[in-house]
Design a protein around this ligand. Structure first.
Ligand SMILES: [Zn+2]
Length: 65
């Protein structure tokens, strides 16, 4: 893969792509190892939304039937 980190001011080769939710759609962002670490921490602090609710519940939907 010839992808490079998508972070601004970062020119390291990307090691992986991660899903990011920009508020209206999910897209992929390529990250190097350093930025991946920051991304992981960011997910833990809620800075990024890594994925939609894995249970697939939409807001307002009842949890049980
Ligand atoms: Zn980077």
């Amino acid at each position: 893969m010839d992808e490079y980190c998508d972070n601004e001011h970062c020119e390291f080769p990307a090691v992986t792509s991660v899903p990011v939710w920009d508020g209206s759609q999910e897209s992929c962002r390529w990250l190097c190892a350093t930025c991946l670490e920051a991304y992981t921490i960011g997910v833990q602090y809620g800075k990024y939304v890594a994925r939609k609710d894995p249970a697939g519940r939409a807001p307002g939907n009842p949890v049980s039937q």
